[in-house]
Design a protein around this ligand. Structure first.
Ligand SMILES: CC(C)(COP(=O)(O)OP(=O)(O)OC[C@H]1O[C@@H](n2cnc3c(N)ncnc32)[C@H](O)[C@@H]1OP(=O)(O)O)[C@@H](O)C(=O)NCCC(=O)NCCS
Length: 154
């Protein structure tokens, strides 16, 4: 293989894995976290808000992570038949409230389908990747959950 790092140092062997397992990705992630911890100790709490029907089937949900005083919303989904009834907004408000109780000052997320939804909730764009997916843009959005220290009430 061109650019084989194993050719640089004897005793190393490069393999190509077309479908890395969860275990492989976790091992790699743990190694990166251990490195990062030398300068910024790992600070990560995952959580989810799950809305289920009487049969226990998932009707809507949000999963998020709290890290270094930031909330990251990594997934938000409301089932087709329940959309447009305020559930998405309520899940976001619930996640933001929870993050505030954990002393988070801000939230961020990325989206290519629902930019307007998040902007209605006070999120502002701070970055964009065009053509990701093709023909669409991936927007990176952020929102303050409490006033910046030292800022005056407006
Ligand atoms: C986006 C989603 C989570 C919104 O949930 P919802 O329960 O339908 O939204 P709500 O009823 O709380 O809507 C709140 C407001 O946002 C608006 N809105 C909802 N979806 C929107 C979207 N995709 N784009 C722009 N505005 C949207 C609503 O019209 C409503 O506005 P209003 O208060 O003026 O009437 C839901 O449509 C969904 O699961 N979509 C598919 C998955 C998805 O796109 N997830 C987000 C990926 S980052």
């Amino acid at each position: 293989m061109k650019h084989d790092p194993a050719s640089l140092i004897a005793g190393l062997h490069l393999t190509f894995d077309p479908g890395p397992s969860v275990k492989t990705r976790r091992t790699l992630g743990a190694a990166i976290n251990a490195f990062n911890a030398r300068t910024a100790p790992l600070d990560l709490e995952r959580f989810a808000l799950l809305l289920r029907d009487d049969a226990g089937k998932l009707a809507a949900g949000l999963s998020g992570a709290l890290s270094w005083s930031w909330l990251f919303v990594d997934a938000l989904w409301v089932s087709d038949q329940l959309r447009g009834r305020g559930i998405g907004r309520a899940l976001m408000a619930g996640a933001e409230d929870y993050a505030r109780t954990k002393h988070c000052h801000s939230a961020w997320l990325d989206t290519f389908q629902a930019r307007g939804f998040y902007e209605q909730l006070g999120y502002e764009r701070f970055g964009v990747l065009d053509d990701y997916p093709p023909g669409q843009s991936r927007h990176f959005l952020r929102k303050r959950l409490r006033p910046a220290q030292g800022s005056l009430p407006g």
